[in-house]
Design a protein around this ligand. Structure first.
Ligand code: TEU
Ligand code: CA
Length: 568
């Protein structure tokens, strides 16, 4: 067995600090709250925790707008709390990775305040400033037509210095100018080395392929004439200096044997992805591609679609593409279907009704825990958490992305009830808020044990906690989603050559209800057949050449049933 790096067989558990566990009854999750739950996390059988941004931040984008990389957002705790978390995680033989958000800072970061103060400030060039363009009537406008991920232009006018600055995300997230070497060095020290020195074992790297932009900022082709702002992600992702910057970052990470997983949207070219994640490239260990999580979403805004707007073929194609990164390469990949930017997978790809939510949660666990690459589980996914109730008011949706999308839909169609209902239905199905409701620990309190009974949590607790979707009830129930995940992670570990490192091959590809695939160990000796019924009906197990399945095993007599056949 060749010596493999530790992060290939590891399972990573993602924690959203605001919503995980509140230890001091202020309604906001915190780092001491995470420390109190480390034994629970260890009981899942995971090896790594990924903590979402806990740095100093005005929280416009829930901490992805950082104002000081070396300080901790006070409601979450202190740097000392982080040092205890790292120590307590290590003492349980687990590792901890942090979120590395260095495409942009908060507009409240000291660096940006200096850069913004005057055109000849030494840090002016640490961000991307450009003069306005004027049309034939002398009307001022931004340098180009790029659309921000959160709607509107990517350019914000600064009255004080009479120039625009670039922000691919919200206006409070100014993009750093990575062309400036001094800025890069400051980022590496402040955001990376300072935490690696504290014992952090690696990073999930936010928007990892956006740092290098074409500095002439060409207009994007017009796909949507109804708006001046066009999706330019294929222009500003994977820019010319990406390899140079990742080489610099890897030189630091490899000194600490640290893991790196990059968030890599808008990269349809398989060869480009492989140049990021092949072992000999020494850039990133692995990436999150968006093929699977984008299924059923629209563009440029994810929510501008009716619910369930996809086919099983879309799911099969997405998973095949991300698994095929391993075919004939020294690359690595990831298996995930939830995170803090995605609605709950049982609601999106399973069936979250009381009849089917447990079975579909278990089927999805079997599916994703049988895929090759490093497996990531998002907090609450292990207990089969589902979306917020459909009748909740739009005010419960706290995410800037949700609020901007809804406000924009209403502004562009004032008084149009159909548009308002369509926008709300899109958010009810796909908004990032569904992943951010507080973790459900017990049914025995109105706040599901996330915070004190009399406290108003920063975000409303999903009532599904009272219907059995909570750690306490599921821990005591051998047939729960929670205990299925625990068993499935053991199966994954005991059959790692097939399930973690094996090749992926679709079978019965055209079946529109049943998703079947074969995994084969690299030495060809061991196989597994997965058969997942992603429908409300009974279905049959497909023929699988070379294996005679007993008749009794052929009928998936349960809708949403999953089966794994281990064939040695
Ligand atoms: O997301 C970057 C990103 O491209 C997608 O998440 C998507 O555009 C976004 O979810 C809008 O729906 C990362 C973080 O995961 C996300 O939480 C941050 O909002 C974003 O970067 C900015 O830091
Ligand atoms: Ca708290």
């Amino acid at each position: 067995n060749i010596t493999r790096p530790w992060w290939k067989d590891a399972v990573v558990y993602q924690i959203y600090p605001a919503s995980f566990h509140d230890s001091n009854n202020d309604g906001i999750g915190d780092i001491p709250g995470i420390i109190q739950k480390l034994d629970y996390i260890q009981s899942l059988g995971v090896e790594v925790i990924w903590v979402c941004p806990m740095y100093a931040s005005p929280q416009i984008d829930m901490g992805y707008d950082i104002s000081d990389y070396e300080a901790v957002h006070p409601p979450y705790g202190t740097v000392q709390d982080m040092e205890v978390l790292i120590k307590e995680t290590h003492s349980r033989n687990m590792k901890v990775i942090l979120d590395l958000v260095i495409n942009h800072t908060s507009d409240q970061h000291a660096w940006f305040k200096e850069s913004q103060s005057s055109k000849d400030n030494p840090k002016r060039d640490w961000y991307i400033w450009r003069p306005a363009k004027y049309d034939s009537e002398g009307k001022r406008g931004p340098p180009n037509n790029w659309r921000s991920f959160f709607g509107g232009s990517v350019w914000q006018w600064d009255e004080q210095t009479q120039e625009y600055y670039l922000h691919l995300f919200c206006t409070e997230q100014p993009d750093i100018n990575w062309e400036n070497e001094e800025a890069r060095k400051a980022i590496y020290q402040s955001a990376m080395t300072s935490w690696l020195e504290k014992g952090v074992d690696g990073f999930r790297i936010d928007t990892v392929n956006m740092y290098s932009k074409p500095m002439d900022f060409p207009d994007a082709p017009v796909q949507d004439p109804s708006t001046p702002w066009q999706d330019a992600s294929l222009i500003f992702c994977n820019g010319p200096n990406m390899d140079k910057y990742l080489d610099e970052m890897n030189a630091i990470l490899s000194r600490y044997n640290a893991m790196s997983v990059g968030e890599c949207p808008a990269t349809p070219d398989r060869a480009r992805v492989i140049r990021y994640v092949s072992a000999e490239a020494k850039k990133l260990n692995m990436v999150f591609q968006f093929d699977s999580v984008d299924v059923g979403q629209s563009k440029p805004s994810k929510y501008d679609t009716k619910p369930f707007n996809y086919t099983l073929a879309d799911v099969k194609g997405a998973i095949s593409r991300t698994q095929s990164l391993l075919d004939g390469t020294d690359a690595w990949t990831t298996s995930f279907i939830e995170n803090h930017d995605q609605a709950r997978s049982v609601s999106r790809f399973g069936n979250d009704s009381p009849t089917f939510r447990t079975r579909s949660g278990k089927m999805l666990s079997m599916l994703f825990a049988s895929l090759s690459g490093t497996l990531f589980i998002y907090q609450g996914q292990e207990i089969g958490m589902i979306n917020m109730p459909k009748d909740w008011d739009i005010a419960e949706y706290k995410d800037i992305d949700s609020q901007n999308f809804y406000a924009d839909a209403l502004a562009r169609n004032p008084g149009n009830k159909a548009v308002k209902d369509f926008a709300k239905a899109g958010l009810q199905h796909l908004s990032r808020d569904h992943a951010r409701t507080p973790m459900q620990w017990t049914a025995a309190s109105p706040n599901a044990g996330f915070t004190g009974d009399k406290v108003k949590p920063w975000m409303r607790v999903n009532t599904s906690a009272q219907d059995g979707i909570n750690v306490k009830d599921e821990d005591a129930d051998a047939t729960s989603v929670l205990n299925f995940w625990r068993s499935m992670l053991k199966v994954r570990k005991n059959h790692a050559e097939v399930l973690v490192h094996g090749t992926f091959q679709l079978v019965d590809e055209n079946n529109e209800k049943v998703f079947s695939f074969v995994k084969t160990s690299l030495d060809g000796k061991d196989k597994a057949l997965l058969v997942c019924n992603l429908s409300d009906e009974e279905n049959r197990v497909p023929e699988f050449e070379g294996v005679e399945l007993a008749e009794a095993m052929l009928l998936l007599d349960n809708p949403w049933e999953g089966r794994i056949y281990l064939i040695d």
